[in-house]
Design a protein around this ligand. Structure first.
Ligand code: SAM
Length: 228
């Protein structure tokens, strides 16, 4: 199943299964000091970022490629919610003549098919990008068992995409504990973080048997990218 279908299928459950996403989106907004008035958000989902913004906004453009997630985003006269894939030409054509004080994104850009190009494009419409991305070390012990390649970018790939940019980054690791294995695996299914990776029934059963931790691992990287 594609990342887009995963989010569309679990859109209704997303707000009950996004503890880490909520923590990191709050931290991302808390670190913004200059109260930008024109903001572009990538992978807006149900509006976690927008809900944390406490200052007045003139124009807020929130994009997401899942129509079901877009439907959950708050609406108002100065909010524009659009259904776009941030890697698409269609998206770039739509924004290229616009100017923003800030591009912001939480828990979404790790799926970019070409992060370096995406960053270049975003820096042509905004002098600042603040983003937090999951890295492929998220659910690491699970991938060690299944031997599958994670569907999201590694920290090295993210750093490589930042070459030639004026950027700083900070990496954080989280462990989320569960009372039971059943809850732990349900969380993975509904949180949407795993993306496109699918397991056969046999491999899923093997994973359930072999996974002996009572927690899930998450790794995120906070980025600040400024125009050179
Ligand atoms: C884990 S959710 C995060 C949502 C929200 N930013 C938050 O912090 O809760 C990731 C979101 O990114 C969206 N997304 C993933 N890849 C995308 C892409 N290529 N273009 C647009 N949206 C994308 C998904 O549909 C989903 O709503």
């Amino acid at each position: 199943m594609s990342t887009k279908s995963e989010f569309s299928k679990h859109a209704k459950d997303y707000d009950d299964n996004n503890i880490i996403q909520r923590i990191v989106s709050k931290a991302l907004v808390r670190d913004i000091k200059n109260k930008p008035k024109n903001i572009l958000e990538l992978g807006c989902g149900s509006g976690q970022i927008f809900r944390h913004i406490s200052w007045e906004i003139e124009h807020y453009k929130a994009i997401d490629f899942s129509a079901s997630m877009c439907e959950l985003h708050p609406r108002d006269k100065n909010i524009e919610v659009k259904c776009f894939d941030f890697d698409s030409e269609e998206f770039y054509t739509n924004i290229k003549d616009e100017k923003y004080d800030l591009v912001i994104s939480a828990s979404a850009m790790q799926w970019s098919k070409d992060l370096n190009l995406l960053i270049k494009r975003l820096l042509s419409v905004s002098k600042t990008i603040n983003a937090v991305l999951f890295t492929s070390n998220t659910f690491k012990s699970i991938y060690d068992i299944t031997k599958q390649a994670p569907a999201i970018l590694s920290l090295e790939e993210i750093k490589e995409a930042l070459t030639d940019t004026n950027s700083t980054f900070e990496v954080f690791n989280y462990k989320l504990e569960f009372q039971s294995k059943k809850e732990l695996f349900k969380y993975i299914k509904n949180s949407g973080v795993k993306g496109e990776v699918q397991l056969s029934f046999k491999d899923a059963k093997n994973l359930y048997k072999k996974y002996d931790l009572n927690y899930l691992e998450f790794e995120v990287v906070f980025l600040e990218i400024l125009v050179c």
